[in-house]
Design a protein around this ligand. Structure first.
Ligand code: SF4
Length: 124
């Protein structure tokens, strides 16, 4: 009887140890994905300047960081650079930037990128 109990105890502790071995790496992998924004819906997470598709289009949250040459180029568009922002860009659809093809797509209204294209229907 004791041998059977000992066997069951060993079996139980082995199961717990196996589960811990499996859960640990899985949780780690999921956390890693979360940090990279892979497990999130791209349309519900904030685009970060310098990351994924936001990096590709040179998205900025703070327009004061835009280089003077890029500002001068932007001034040639229908609105001056100072008036341009994601909030009045036609490429903003439902709060997400349709130009961002990888990673988080939500942009700030006061954000900007060189692809900005005027949305005449937008205020501001
Ligand atoms: S300015 Fe337009 S294209 Fe550029 S990040 Fe903002 S919404 Fe996207």
């Amino acid at each position: 009887m004791t041998a059977r109990r000992d066997f069951l105890k060993q079996l139980l502790s082995l199961s717990v140890a196996s589960a811990a071995l499996l859960v640990g790496p899985m949780a780690f992998a999921q956390e890693k994905k979360k940090k990279k924004g892979e497990s999130q819906d791209p349309k519900s997470c904030d685009a970060k300047p310098g990351v994924d598709g936001a990096a590709t289009i040179n998205y900025v949250e703070d327009k004061s960081k835009v280089a003077p040459a890029a500002k001068a180029e932007a001034d040639k568009k229908t609105l001056k650079f100072a008036q341009q922002n994601c909030g009045n860009c036609i490429l903003l659809q439902g709060g997400v930037c349709t130009v961002i093809t990888k990673g988080c797509m939500k942009v700030k209204n006061e954000g900007w990128c060189p692809t900005w294209t005027h949305n005449p229907a937008a205020k501001g």
